[in-house]
Design a protein around this ligand. Structure first.
Ligand code: SF4
Ligand code: SF4
Length: 327
């Protein structure tokens, strides 16, 4: 490892770790906010990605920071996670609880102007709030943002890692912007950052009708397959249109026959048979195995690259026809 990278690592340990710990304390302190919605006994435990990254960097001399994250983006991610918690103090004292369809269209357009697509609404089950955390409202707006196919196709690589972190960062900034937009219009809001989220996003987005969870544990969307990152904004708006959801459940049948991600995962981290816990939650990935590979090889992303749904915007309909007609 060069002197420059060794020095950066020392600085990261000295200043980065305390900042991550402060962020975690701030997020767990949310449980003390009056009226906060808390997790249940069935809630999952969060895998602390930034903290695990720091630990791995500390333990392994052969891993350089740039293999795990672009520093500038990580600093911005941390700043925006702090902001998502701090900014709830800006919520109006007496927030509005109803929104017109015109306002919701404006909100959709506003989010789209930052690259959010799709955006859907869903009632948050408290079982999906991570243990030790809390959210202000169970009226959830789910935001998805596409990751570049060109860059995913180069996985694992520095370019892919930079793009993945860039998407996390842009989506986190956008979630804060959407929360601010809601506040400006008299609603209370809380942004939930895509990295270090307070709830388990893939099942929530599946409930919102945005897509279906594939064998690799990622949400497969009709528009971009698994090439998306997810975030949420919780709001005081009680009359969000929780419309009937599109059924994407056929994806499960396609996955049973495909298995490409299982075969091509370099860390053998994707389970052949998913584990269904007695809480009803499903585990598809051996998290520690995935994370160690992810840390060493530029965020990996091979399972996203090889998934046939990543191919193009036409993949979803083509694979649906194959599955339904059993071609
Ligand atoms: S990110 Fe890489 S290591 Fe992790 S599950 Fe996907 S293919 Fe496997
Ligand atoms: S690669 Fe195949 S098995 Fe894995 S999630 Fe995609 S479609 Fe499903």
């Amino acid at each position: 490892m060069g002197i420059k990278h060794a020095l950066m690592k020392v600085l990261m340990m000295r200043f980065g770790v305390p900042r991550v710990i402060r962020m975690l304390k701030k997020q767990t302190a949310l449980q003390e906010v009056p009226g906060i919605l808390k997790p249940t006994q069935r809630s999952p435990t969060r895998f602390e990605i930034p903290l695990e990254m720091m630990k791995l960097l500390q333990e392994r001399d052969d891993i350089e920071i740039r293999q795990m994250f672009p520093v500038r983006r990580l600093l911005s991610v941390m700043k925006n996670i702090h902001k998502s918690v701090d900014s709830i103090s800006e919520n109006p004292q007496m927030p509005s609880a109803t929104a017109s369809s015109e306002f919701l269209s404006q909100l959709r357009e506003y989010a789209q102007s930052f690259g959010v697509y799709p955006l859907e609404f869903v009632k948050l089950p408290h079982d999906l709030i991570f243990d030790k955390f809390g959210v202000l409202f169970d009226n959830a707006i789910i935001l998805a943002m596409e990751m570049s196919k060109k860059k995913i196709d180069k996985a694992p690589s520095q370019e892919t890692l930079n793009m993945v972190f860039g998407t996390y960062d842009e989506l986190g900034i956008t979630a804060n912007n959407v929360a601010h937009f809601l506040r400006e219009h008299g609603y209370a809001a809380q942004a939930d950052h895509p990295l270090g989220g307070l709830v388990l996003f893939p099942p929530l987005a599946q409930m919102a009708g945005i897509g279906w969870i594939g064998k690799h544990g990622l949400l497969i969307t009709p528009q971009f397959g698994p090439r998306v990152r997810l975030a949420a904004v919780y709001t005081s708006i009680e009359n969000l249109p929780y419309a009937a959801k599109t059924d994407h459940s056929w994806i499960e049948e396609y996955c049973r026959k495909c298995g490409l991600c299982i075969k091509q995962c370099p860390a053998h981290a994707i389970l052949e048979e998913s584990v269904i816990h007695n809480t009803g939650r499903v585990t598809n990935i051996k998290q520690q195995e995935c994370f160690e590979y992810f840390g060493q090889y530029y965020g990996c992303s091979v399972c996203i690259k090889v998934c046939p749904f990543s191919e193009s915007m036409y993949a979803y309909e083509r694979l649906k026809a194959v599955t339904e007609n059993k071609l």
